[in-house]
Write a protein that binds this ligand. Structure first.
Ligand code: GLN
Length: 451
């Protein structure tokens, strides 16, 4: 009830939530009753959590911040959500996002802006901006987002929260509305490493309902005490330099000092193919999106245009899509369809698939010598509303440090690593830690070193 009251009192200013669940109160009452009866309680018993609005939960509206799904009520629950609830967590609401998770500022929501709690004139990042803002504002201690190219890590960096993207396949994607299926991963936001470990233990693990889900036991909480002594860290050379603001460079230095003081070694490594990360990402994400979004034709579900009875099925589908997709979603469908079309497939999509392998190999080579790689989460702190929304390529560039992990399937964590004062306001700065596939737990040990 405290969480719901706080949201009612303060979210008018922030805009983190698209919907709240009053049933949360009944669920909380059941936890209270179980506690009073002395029953054993699961690890997240009674903990209020928020879900990005592309995660299905039976009976809730799941809009993906799109007019296309404005009235869509989930008939089923995502595996990660079901596991979170089985661990005792109580879903208090669904959070704002860029439409279909396409964007880096949450400005592409069809419904509302979300403001960065640190400075209301700035974006919270995206596409999981609502979940990040909900945790940063203190409405909930935990939230789930999805990360296709940085959408958990970048908003975590912009809001001073922890944001984790697991190894591809460690968290089931069943019930997460697909954007780019070979890149999508569900990931949590938290304010402490212990909370992060608890939620990761709850949601990870094999799921027969997701064919890409992996068999791997989650031992996140066990890693909390592992320390960083003897771990070999390296900055990624391609992510350093004057593309970063002074505050971001200072944060990288601070991370190094903390880790060295705790017995880790620090070096620098070059991953030359990262230069092609953004181009490769957009030639893989948009084709997958154009295919995944083909289902929103107004026939089975999603918005249907009201046309005269003479209109044929193609006219209805076409009008339904034109009326309900925002400009960025349309741009992605056009780009993706183009890159997949006969005559361009080899030049674009197939080439991007090969560069994706080069990027993965660069990481493998670096991990032969180092345990954890370090980059900024983003080259700059939170930007202002409207600063990049007229320039799609500038917006795409804000994920320059994050997309390559999705291309290679690697786990990444953004930790709060300092502040930068811009125009008189202190803004959080994030640093990204990268580990080899299936060694996600190592990042928990590293994060713990900062608390
Ligand atoms: N900003 C990137 C994009 O627009 C990544 C989004 C995401 O991770 N969902 O595609």
């Amino acid at each position: 009830s405290a969480a719901l009251a706080d949201i009612a009192a303060r979210d008018g200013q922030i805009g983190a939530f698209l919907s709240v669940r009053e049933q949360a109160l009944e669920e909380a009452a059941r936890v209270d009753a179980a506690r009073a009866a002395g029953e054993p309680l699961p690890p997240l018993a009674g903990v209020p959590v928020a879900l990005k609005d592309n995660l299905n939960l039976t009976g809730t509206r799941t809009t993906c911040a799109s007019r296309a799904l404005e009235n869509y009520i989930s008939p089923y629950t995502a595996t990660a959500v079901q596991r979170l609830r089985a661990a005792g967590a109580i879903v208090v609401g669904k959070t704002n996002m860029d439409e279909f998770a396409m964007g880096s500022s949450t400005e592409n929501s069809a419904f509302q802006l979300t403001r960065n709690p640190w400075d209301l004139s700035r974006v919270p990042g995206g596409s999981s901006g609502g979940s990040a803002a909900a945790v940063a504002a203190g409405f909930v201690p935990l939230a789930l987002g999805s990360d296709t190219g940085g959408s958990v890590r970048q908003p975590a960096g912009f809001t001073g929260t922890l944001g984790f993207k697991p190894t591809y396949g460690r968290v089931s994607r069943y019930g997460l509305v697909a954007f780019a299926s070979s890149l999508d991963q569900i990931g949590p936001f938290a304010r402490s490493t212990r909370d992060l470990a608890t939620v990761l233990d709850a949601i990870s693990g094999h799921d027969p309902l997701d064919a890409t889900s992996l068999e791997a036991t989650a031992r996140f909480a066990e890693a909390l005490g592992d320390g960083v002594r003897g771990l070999r860290f390296a900055y990624v050379r391609e992510s350093l330099g004057e593309a970063n603001t002074p505050g971001v460079q200072a944060a990288l230095e601070r991370v190094r000092a903390v880790l060295e003081a705790r017995g880790a070694s620090f070096s620098e490594v070059s991953l030359p193919s990262l230069e092609y990360g953004i181009a490769t990402y957009y030639l893989i994400a948009t084709p997958e999106a154009s295919s995944n979004l083909a289902r929103y034709d107004g026939m089975v579900y999603s918005h249907r245009a009201l046309l005269t009875s003479e209109a044929d099925v193609n006219a209805v589908m076409s009008a339904s899509r034109a009326e309900s997709f925002g400009p960025e979603v349309r741009r992605r469908i056009l780009m993706g369809t183009y890159a997949l079309s006969s005559g361009y497939y080899d030049a674009y999509y197939s080439k991007a698939m090969r560069v994706r392998q080069l990027i993965a190999r660069d990481f493998e080579r670096a991990f032969a010598d180092f345990d954890v790689l370090v980059t900024p989460t983003s080259p700059y702190p939170a930007f202002r509303f409207g600063e990049k929304s007229d320039d799609p390529v500038a917006m795409y560039q804000s994920d320059v440090d994050t997309v390559s992990l999705n291309l290679a399937g690697l786990p990444g964590l953004s930790i709060p690593a300092g502040f930068e004062t811009l125009e008189g306001r202190e803004l959080p700065v994030g640093v990204q830690l990268i580990a080899p596939a299936l060694t996600d737990e190592r990042l928990i040990a590293v994060s713990q070193a900062f608390e």
